[in-house]
Design a binder for this molecule. Structure first.
Ligand code: SF4
Length: 270
């Protein structure tokens, strides 16, 4: 008898971002389990970022934070910046590292909020970022973290989308005296909620099909080389060799060189 058991996929915003960016990369990471970071230390800034999140969680639980603050002067600087320049936060019940799950189309969507504040009229998600404000910060509006977090909250609470918002607070920007702003707030709406529902439905349909194809031995889609996600002057995907994109890029460059030579010859007057 055929085994019809399917693994239950828990999808976070990282899964959705990766799936949208390159399905083949999603495959290598989560299906082939080719973790190129195995054995490498986590980047020091990431470690410090995790400690800052732990610090903020301990603070909200009323636990001592001094021992953590003393481990690194940057933690102290970020925490001072938070005390002096906190984001605008609504009044209400605060919960740190609050997790919500929402079942949709056979997948479990997962959202973990750094801080969730709720009162009878509104709810606000606050996310701590320990870097400076990105140059194209407004792109966070369409990032899956923003879309998924607000979507899951709307689906798992009695709030209307218009009663919800999400705020990113940037610790590094908060320590800079010349920074124009240190946080970004995105309100939510019923229209956005419907759009996210459609985008999710489309993405999950695609994933379901790709997973079925993968079971039969068909690899998930690669992105086009022209998108610049595989190899570019400043970046190389960790799977470029495996995807043979390094070779293709070399061949393309060689072809461009050859064509340039031909152009140069053609420009020489007879
Ligand atoms: S090399 Fe390109 S196609 Fe392959 S996983 Fe990376 S981004 Fe995707």
């Amino acid at each position: 008898m055929q085994n019809t058991h399917q693994p239950i996929w828990q999808l976070s915003q990282s899964h959705l971002n990766l799936l949208e960016s390159c399905p083949r990369k999603f495959q290598h990471r989560y299906l082939d389990r080719l973790d190129t970071a195995v054995g490498l230390d986590t980047h020091p800034h990431q470690q410090l970022g995790s400690q800052f999140h732990q610090l903020m969680q301990q603070r909200s639980l009323g636990l001592p934070i001094e021992p953590l603050l003393e481990t690194d002067p940057r933690l102290q600087a970020w925490f001072n910046a938070f005390l002096q320049n906190p984001p605008d936060m609504i009044e209400g019940k605060q919960e740190s590292e609050h997790q919500r799950l929402y079942w949709q189309d056979g997948f479990v969507l997962v959202a973990v909020y750094d801080l969730l504040i709720q009162n009878s009229d509104q709810a606000q998600i606050v996310d701590w970022k320990t870097y400076a404000l990105p140059k194209q910060a407004d792109r966070l509006r369409t990032h899956w973290q923003t879309q998924l977090y607000l979507y899951v909250l709307a689906e798992t609470s009695d709030y209307q989308p218009e009663q919800l918002s999400m705020t990113y607070w940037f610790a590094e920007a908060s320590t800079q005296t010349d920074a124009k702003t240190n946080c970004l707030t995105f309100p939510y709406s019923t229209d956005q909620h419907h759009q996210t529902q459609q985008s999710l439905s489309h993405l999950l349909d695609r994933l379901r099909q790709e997973l079925t194809d993968y079971e039969t031995g068909k690899a998930m889609q690669q992105v086009a080389l022209t998108e610049g996600k595989c190899v570019s002057p400043n970046h190389q995907c960790e799977f470029a060799e495996r995807c043979q994109r390094r070779l293709q890029e070399d061949a393309t460059l060689a072809l461009q060189d050859a064509l340039a030579d031909i152009d140069a010859i053609a420009e020489v007057p007879p």
